[in-house]
Design a protein around this ligand. Structure first.
Ligand SMILES: [Zn+2]
Length: 431
């Protein structure tokens, strides 16, 4: 039902933008991307895309919710403002929602810093809930698989919540229940650096060889509450420990196969297979520097070296005025000598490789939108129908496509929810 509505809306947009429509002041002023929208009929693969429930398991968009220059209901542009996700582009690219991330950067591992981070994370969760309230006609908070189905059927976007980096929980894992009541349904123990719970994939030192004793407690508590455990950013040792301890299958919400590109953030085949055999899902990232080696041009390297000579290398030590000047200078370098970008074809290589390795019941997409994701040929979510077209081209059926885009993660969510401790009542959030 919802897909039909979307199709009609999209069709109307195409008709309005067709060249034979007389140019009024309004249509002449339409954003360039709309004015250039293709006028041909949709292909069969596009039709399939727009009738499929399409979820992404790692949307960093809440990072913009306190940015006055960002408006969810207005169409932005990656080239102009660096953003990937908003309501008009969700409609245009057929993205039905996903997991909106509560991310907290990591500071020192001490009580004062944990408390500061906890406050930040609480505010981020509140901002996601405020966002859902403000755009109540277009989006809705989801707490379960049945919520997702109901929300999609009503033609709205699905807002699940996940937490990237458990650092803000400090050493008091009872906070996990508080976030759960607020709607949290997925938790990743660690981010770029080791923390109190686990070793990170990208930290040069190994502290625990996997989960710490507190990290093991976190996994058990997530199982008890019915939260999906996310091994993205975790070291291989941490993921192995999570597999061993968790009573429910894991997700990698935004990761990739190491066999395609050997990067610490990517995961070796044996571990991907172990996650899949356990019933878990692997959601493929579109973060350029995890997809392939992208060496900067000598001109860019020289410009960056000049920037460092002028401003130093420690941005955290800058006062506000210096930081503003630094950002402007950095932007100039990026415009003059753009950072090399990966491609849609390379992203598809990672996706198709993992599909071949573990099968279409265990793979999906977590492209790191608004968190560094996006490649040439798929700069933002508007290009998502190209992924469906490439999957069809590779021989995947409509059922496979539906599993890849949302079915697999919803199946995992149901399984994790069913394993929620029988001692716990359902949290009363909004009744
Ligand atoms: Zn990440």
């Amino acid at each position: 039902m919802k897909k039909l509505l979307l199709s009609v809306a999209f069709g109307a947009l195409l008709t309005a933008c067709a060249p034979d429509v007389p140019q009024t002041a309004d249509t002449a002023a339409a954003p360039a991307a709309e004015a250039e929208a293709p006028t041909q009929e949709r292909s069969a693969a596009e039709e399939m895309h727009f009738r499929t429930l399409v979820l992404d398991t790692h949307l960093d968009t809440p990072a913009y919710f306190h940015d006055p220059s960002y408006t969810f209901s207005k169409k932005g542009s990656f080239d102009e403002d660096g953003t990937h996700v908003d309501l008009p582009r969700m409609n245009e690219g057929g993205l039905d929602g996903g997991f909106w991330v509560i991310f907290t950067p990591q500071g020192p591992l001490d009580e004062a810093s944990y408390l500061a981070a906890r406050n930040m994370a609480v505010l981020r969760q509140m901002s996601i809930r405020e966002f859902a309230a403000k755009y109540a006609g277009d989006v809705e908070l989801a707490f379960s698989t049945s919520d997702a189905e109901r929300i999609a059927a009503a033609g709205k976007k699905i807002v699940f919540q996940s937490m990237e980096n458990s650092y803000p929980l400090g050493t008091d894992i009872s906070m996990l229940d508080t976030f759960y009541v607020g709607g949290l349904r997925m938790i990743a123990p660690v981010h770029f650096r080791n923390n109190q719970f686990a070793d990170s994939a990208t930290d040069v030192n190994e502290v625990f060889g996997g989960l710490s004793p507190l990290g093991e407690e976190l996994v058990r508590e997530a199982n008890r509450l019915g939260l999906i455990l996310d091994g993205s950013h975790a070291s291989d040792g941490t993921v192995r420990d999570m597999l061993e301890i968790s009573t429910t299958p894991l997700i990698l919400s935004h990761s990739g196969p190491k066999a395609v590109y050997d990067h610490p953030r990517n995961v070796p085949d044996d571990l991907l297979i172990a996650i899949a055999e356990d019933g878990g899902v692997i959601q493929i990232n579109a973060y350029g520097s995890y997809l392939e080696a992208l060496p900067a041009s000598p001109e860019r390297l020289a410009a960056l070296a000049e920037l460092e000579a002028e401003f130093g290398s420690d941005t955290s030590a800058m006062d506000e005025a210096t930081m503003t000047a630094y950002r402007a200078a950095y932007e100039t370098v990026n415009t003059s000598f753009p950072a090399p970008r990966s491609t849609f074809e390379k992203f598809m290589e990672h996706l198709l490789y993992t599909l071949e390795l573990v099968g279409p019941e265990h793979v999906g997409v977590g492209a790191d939108w608004d968190g560094g994701g996006g490649v040439d040929g798929m700069k933002d979510i508007v290009d998502l129908p190209k992924v469906t077209a490439a999957l069809v081209e590779a021989g995947y059926s409509e059922e496979d496509v539906a599993n890849i885009w949302g079915g697999n993660v919803l199946r995992l969510m149901s399984e994790v929810d069913a394993a929620r401790s029988a001692d716990l009542s359902s949290p009363q959030v909004l009744n």
